[in-house]
Design a protein around this ligand. Sequence first.
Ligand code: G3P
Ligand code: CA
Length: 251
Amino acid sequence: MKDFFLIYAHRGASATHPENTMPAFAAALRQGATGIELDVQLTRDNKLVVFHDWSLKRIFGKPGHIRDYTLAELRRFDAGSWFDSRFSGLSIPTLDDVLARAATKPIMLNIELKNFFSFSNGIEQKVSEAITRHNLQDKTVISTFNPLSLESLQQINCGVETAFLYFGHLRKAWHYAREYNCTYLHPPVHEVTAPFVDACREYSIKIVPYQVNTLPEIKRMIELGTDGIITSQPALAHRLLHGEKRRKPKR
Ligand code: G3P
Ligand code: CA
């Protein structure tokens, strides 16, 4: 499934639906995404939930962080209203919810570990076990901004491909991807140029840039020959690659 141009919907179809929710992931498929990108954190009772922010303020309007609440407490919060009242009553998904659904669909997954402020909380082992439980090792890539997590993933032999994810600028970023035994490099789109792609190829590192949200940037990535993109505009990318023909929604 990995030998084609990947369109990862960033936090699901986050331009049209509340990010990191089940409806956002279902909509991503309908919009032509071939993968979904999602963020994972650990709750106070050590359950894996899908949520991006460090603070709960923007989405839930609550104080504190994911790790301050149990799953049962978080499930009571509304994950949809902040986006639009049409989505009120949605609850935060667990990673298991998403994996169970993904196992029945022709879709790739990019699971990003959000543990920059919670070092050594064991999230790597738990995510790896969850992926194995759903038999999704071949359809999943784990990424993280935290290199310590990439080391942990190696130590536990997670059996899932990994991506070196970074922001801003990193000189010769492909060296780091290799150093941490990653199959993929996930750079911000502004980093990607023809020499950058050439260097990654030389190191046999696959490139999937993020923040690729405009037509010119999507086009530029296709022309440069990256292995895919992470975008909040999967429909745009799909149209550019396949013309007006829409994928038939799968049930
Ligand atoms: O994986 C790329 C992208 O999702 C990283 O940034 O902040 O949206 O998780 P962020
Ligand atoms: Ca992310």
